[in-house]
Design a binder for this molecule. Structure first.
Ligand code: MN
Length: 210
């Protein structure tokens, strides 16, 4: 007799935050972080698992799901939100800020002219996104580029207007900044560069250009 194991259900897991809610003060306030993490992100992980339950999407990794999200419209917002927020917590750090070095710094200079020019392009993408969405620094065809997506979409989705591998994604939904900055999205976009973890971004860059 042969016992065939059932396909393992790959429930998507809510990731741990590696720093305290107040660790990014004064740039991002503790209440915003706590609400964002528990109320927004955790809810979408629960919704993602519910949306996939009993479908063939249940066995896909998050990356596979995003690459085929047009086939799973019920999971589009929650899958995007799970990926987007997981990388957002990761690319932020109380020890962040400054500028990258090494291969990433060279690629930024070669693709944008300078670090400040890249920052301006990212901030402009975040400001130009009407309503809710994300600004992205991506690797596309081996080069860096900047784009933005609406709602919880991202450049890994098969439906994305601009596709690429994200190495840095900034949340420009009001829930990411409104408590501290109210309508001043430009101030939030200026401040967030003080807490970007360039070691993590450089790691994502190196993996994407391999
Ligand atoms: Mn968010």
């Amino acid at each position: 007799m042969c016992i065939t194991p059932k396909l393992t259900q790959m429930a998507h897991l809510f990731p741990a935050l590696k720093y305290a809610f107040d660790a990014l003060e004064p740039h991002i306030d503790a209440f915003t972080m706590e609400t964002h993490y528990y109320k927004h992100h955790q809810t979408t992980v629960d919704n993602l698992n519910k949306a996939l339950a009993g479908t063939d999407g249940e066995i896909l990794s998050l990356q596979e799901l995003l690459a085929n999200v047009s086939k799973y419209p019920a999971a589009r917002n929650s899958a995007g939100s799970h990926y987007n927020h997981s990388q957002y917590w990761e690319i932020l750090s109380p020890d962040g800020g400054g500028e990258p070095t090494g291969a990433l710094a060279e690629a930024i200079d070669s693709c944008f002219g300078s670090f400040d020019a890249m920052k301006e392009k990212m901030n402009a993408a975040g400001l130009a996104r009407f309503g809710s969405g994300w600004a992205w620094l991506i690797v596309k065809d081996g080069k860096l580029d900047v784009c933005s997506t609406p709602n919880q979409d991202n450049p890994l989705m098969d439906i994305a207007e601009v596709k690429g591998t994200p190495i840095l994604g900034i949340d420009v939904w009001e829930h990411a900044y409104y408590i501290k900055y109210q309508n001043r999205r430009p101030d939030y976009l200026q401040a967030i560069w003080n807490v970007i973890n360039w070691d993590v971004v450089a790691g994502k860059f190196e993996a994407a250009v391999q």
